[in-house]
Design a protein around this ligand. Structure first.
Ligand code: HEC
Ligand code: CU
Length: 472
């Protein structure tokens, strides 16, 4: 205990003494009458399945605190402090009346003391005192889940704002005794604000910026702990007609969320994660350290977009996620629309006014070729000639040559519908490609120079700008 890191100096005396006396505390007596269930923890956006049992149990939850370095954005690394190795921490699911045995381990390789405060606990500190432990220790306590609801848990070790800002939060669901209605899909999403020494998407390993946190000027506002956690490979899925339930929380430490899904209306919102629901809601406000349960049924195929409707967070700080909905078109619910030029108006110039772009370096060309070979060749074929009627050609494509600069939109956001390339008709779907700004610029420039005899047409900075206007 003597060798605790200096950073603990900021911790108040009471917590230090709690630390020192912890080992002297008597073990909590087990309730022999209750069947013991070991909670199986899953990585978000997954969560434990709905509870079917009708009687109380003793639920054993083993959570491990792990300090880990990983990507916060493509090419940007950050040291996260986590419950269970993920941000948010793995979701716990119990039933009203259960006794929860919470075992917390602070791995020996970690640098700092940590603990856990669960908002589902009735009692001072929510477990913080019982679980404050230095690296290489474990702690255990029990509590009774008295009130059904969706509750945030978080680390409460000083400086608390910093522990939370580094990712130390998750949620515990206490299902009501009578259970929850059956749904087809459940997802677990939490928003959090992050404060890095460099700016948004500045590359390399970034440190934590305490002053930005104090000033509440987040560099990132993220869903599930990474820029792009719920897009690309991480896109949520549902079938049209599925009943979807989403457990949404805000870890903070500072921002609250104007939670909204573009293209959906929430049939039910269990406001603040409590007992009662509101119906037909567009946007619901979720406080830091608070939650909501939303239920809706997507009906029209396509991408729904999760955002914090405090919108610069969505488009400039990362708070965007996708849910891909599959199913037949529903033109009765949502028409395709018609666009025509006003009488006498000239059609808009096709080529967007792209500023001049420097010629690609040989490193960029090599990168462009490798992205092409690894990602695009599967459909457009290695030589770019495509498959008539199925995959349009990229080599000598009149469509590409008319507005090469705009092709990055297709790579970033995908494309579907009618398309004519070199006189041949296509009507298919190209999925959005999960590539970073440099890769998108490199591959578009490669297609331009090596397959269409053109020049370099786009820079990574321009790709970045295009990425941010995607939800139009
Ligand atoms: C899974 C298959 C698939 C992959 C992978 C794919 N595409 Fe496509 N792409 C398509 C389809 C299908 C279309 C036509 C979409 C439509 O009908 O609207 C298309 C259309 C295009 C177009 C516009 C039409 C043309 O021929 O000029 C461009 C540009 C394009 N893709 C670029 C790329 C690039 C660059 C990559 C790699 C980063 C890529 N695509 C990866 C399937 C794919
Ligand atoms: Cu902590």
């Amino acid at each position: 205990m003597r060798s605790l890191p200096l950073r603990l100096a900021g911790t108040c005396l009471a917590t230090v003494s709690a630390l020192l006396t912890l080992q002297a505390l008597p073990a909590v007596a087990a309730e022999p009458a209750l069947p013991v269930i070991h909670q199986e923890l899953l990585a978000p956006p997954a969560l434990p399945p709905q509870i079917t049992r009708k009687t109380p149990a003793r639920v054993v939850v083993n959570l491990t605190v792990e300090e880990i370095e990983r990507e916060i954005a493509p090419g940007t690394r950050y040291t996260f402090w986590t419950f269970g190795g993920t941000v948010p921490g793995k979701m716990i699911r119990v039933r009203e009346g259960d006794t929860v045995e919470l075992n917390l381990q602070n791995l020996a390789g970690n640098k700092l003391p940590h603990n856990i405060d669960l908002h589902a606990v009735t009692g001072p500190g929510g477990g913080a005192g019982q679980t404050l432990i230095a690296p290489g220790n474990q702690a255990s306590f029990t509590f009774k889940a008295l009130a059904p609801g969706l509750y945030v848990y978080h680390c409460a070790t000083a400086p608390v704002g910093m522990h939370v800002a580094n990712g130390m939060y998750g949620m515990i669901l206490v299902e009501p005794k009578e259970g929850m209605s059956k749904v087809d899909k459940e997802y677990y999403v939490m928003q959090g604000d992050f404060y890095t020494t460099g700016g948004y998407r500045a590359p390399g390993l970034q440190g934590f910026d305490m002053q930005k946190a104090i000033d509440e000027r987040p560099t990132y506002v993220l869903f599930n702990g990474a820029d792009g956690a719920l897009t690309g490979q991480g896109t949520l899925t549902a079938k049209a007609g599925d009943k979807v339930r989403m457990f949404f929380g805000v870890g903070g430490p500072n921002t609250v969320s104007s939670f909204h899904i573009i293209g959906a209306i929430f049939d039910k919102v269990y406001t603040e994660g409590g007992k009662h629901f509101q119906e037909n809601v567009q946007t619901t406000l979720v406080p830091a350290g608070g939650s909501t349960i939303v239920e809706f049924v997507p009906k029209v195929p396509g991408n729904l977009t999760l955002v914090d409707h405090s919108l610069t967070r969505a488009f400039n700080k990362g708070a965007v996620g996708l849910m891909a909905v599959s199913g037949p078109e529903r033109l009765d619910l949502y028409g395709k629309g018609v666009k025509t030029a006003l009488n006498g108006a000239k059609p808009p110039a096709v080529a967007a006014k792209a500023p001049p772009v420097p010629a690609a370096t040989s490193a960029q060309r090599v990168r462009g070729k490798s992205v092409y070979d690894n990602t695009c060749a599967a459909c457009h074929l290695p030589d770019g000639k495509g498959v008539p009627g199925v995959f349009p050609p990229l080599a000598n494509s009149d469509f590409f040559q008319e507005r090469p600069y705009e092709m990055a939109h297709i790579v970033l956001h995908g494309r579907s519908g009618e398309l004519v390339v070199n006189g041949e008709h296509y009507n298919s779907v190209m999925p959005a490609q999960d590539l970073d700004d440099d890769d998108v610029a490199a591959v578009i420039n490669y297609v331009s120079t090596d397959m269409n005899g053109g020049k370099a047409v786009i820079t990574p900075a321009q790709v970045k700008q295009m990425r941010q206007v995607k939800a139009n």
